[in-house]
Design a protein around this ligand. Structure first.
Ligand code: ZN
Length: 427
């Protein structure tokens, strides 16, 4: 048990945040125990009989890599933003072969909010700028693999916009993608450095193209259109909700972030690739920009999360309160022969043979696991001698080891022979 303490601080936040949620459950089980003098009732509190899972337990050790692509062309002319369809296809296949699950952007955000679990090694695929090759070439490849993806669109760059030429995607194509579940998100109006005082080119419907540096109120007004106006245009034109913002060139500062945050963007994306963890800040999520002339970037990104195959670091700690444990964490019971129970269904699919229960003073016990209800239970048959008892439950879910541990107390005197409320079968 002591070796597990090394990973505890990582999950402290999880456990703390979960403390409040099921307070009522532990209270009611304590009350049930207190008001019912009969041993049978004491060992079957209401909460355990009908476990309510209000929120799934998310794997806080999962990692996500996010890729950013631009144009897909057979003949590379701009290796900084282009990739061949064959190379792209091979990379998508490599994700599958490496056991990395491609998830949607909205699933990534739901995981960050603690609302939805994701596989331990996940990837999100994004396409920037709205090129028609993303519609014509990338989309069929993504369909072939059944991968979700996100399009980051700058509105003036859509065909017909002041910056949208013949290679640009059209609004009709975007609507087609939207209808088929493709996530469409914001990438500004004119795709320029959004930091105050940088040289930009004014562009837009009826705007004469001018190179200039904007400061003060003029800059703020321009920013409103870049960050807020472009979002509204996407939302109105496509009837969607836009909650992600890919910062053009990845250039931002605190002020840019603040405006984006105030505009209702939940997450902001850069191009500084790094594995995203549960605690990564939402306003600077790094993506790996994949370019034809730097194939190593993709390889390195996959390697960053591609190596975890078990071992101590891969153990995910789960809050005992979310497992409706019995006795509850911190509870004091009146018997030295308690029934120990936990409901593992909040963890997700459990590999039935993988469930193991350890009890302090007893070691591994022959606990029962019911795959139907997800309940693991063990009736202690040998009196517990200590005033407190720790339980460790481990199991495998989606190939990953998950562990929960908690401690309950045993009322003084209960450990002695005289006051044991459970009649032993021998008597
Ligand atoms: Zn871009």
């Amino acid at each position: 048990m002591i070796i597990r303490f090394a990973i505890l601080p990582l999950f402290l936040a999880l456990n703390l945040s979960m403390c409040k949620k099921q307070e009522n459950v532990s209270q009611s089980s304590q009350q049930a125990g207190a008001s019912s003098p009969t041993p049978a009732a004491a060992s079957t509190p209401v909460a355990a009989a009908a476990p309510k899972i209000t929120k799934p337990v998310v794997d806080q050790t999962a990692q996500v890599i996010i890729f950013c692509y631009h144009r897909l062309v057979d003949k590379i002319r701009y290796p900084g933003t282009e990739i061949t369809p064959a190379a792209f296809d091979a990379q998508m296949k490599q994700l599958k072969d490496s056991g990395i699950t491609v998830i949607s952007m909205q699933d990534l955000l739901a995981w960050k909010r603690g609302e939805k679990n994701i596989p331990p090694r996940s990837a999100v695929v994004t396409f920037d700028d709205g090129w028609k090759s993303q519609f014509e070439v990338a989309w069929p490849i993504m369909k072939k693999y059944g991968y979700p993806f996100t399009m980051f669109i700058y509105t003036e760059g859509v065909r017909g916009g002041s910056l949208g030429g013949g290679e640009a995607i059209t609004w009709e194509q975007l609507a087609d993608m939207r209808d088929n579940g493709v996530d469409i998100q914001g990438h500004s109006a004119t795709h320029q450095d959004l930091r105050e005082g940088h040289t930009i080119t004014l562009a837009g419907p009826g705007v004469k193209r001018t190179r200039t540096k904007l400061t003060g109120p003029q800059y703020e007004q321009w920013m409103q259109n870049e960050v807020v106006g472009s979002k509204q245009l996407l939302e109105q034109r496509l009837g969607i909700k836009v909650n992600c913002f890919a910062v053009p060139f990845g250039n931002y500062n605190e002020h840019v972030k603040e405006i984006a945050r105030n505009s209702g963007y939940e997450a902001m994306f850069t191009v500084y690739g790094q594995p995203i963890t549960f605690t990564s800040p939402m306003d600077a999520i790094g993506r790996y920009a994949i370019e034809a002339n730097k194939p190593k970037v993709f390889e390195d990104a996959v390697k960053m999360i591609g190596t975890s195959t078990g071992g101590a670091a891969a153990v995910a700690e789960v809050g005992a309160k979310d497992l409706s444990t019995q006795p509850a964490d911190g509870e004091t019971v009146r018997t030295a022969l308690p029934l120990i129970k936990a409901n593992l269904s909040a963890i997700g699919q459990i590999e039935p043979g993988s469930v193991q229960m350890r009890v302090s003073g007893l070691g591994v016990v022959p606990a029962n696991f019911d795959p139907k209800s997800g309940t693991v239970s063990y009736q202690v048959t040998q009196k517990l001698h200590e005033k407190s008892c720790s339980v460790i439950i481990s199991a495998k879910s989606q190939g990953k080891k998950v562990e929960a541990h908690w401690t309950f107390g045993i009322e003084e005197g209960a450990a002695g022979a005289a006051t044991s409320p459970i009649p032993t079968p021998k008597k």
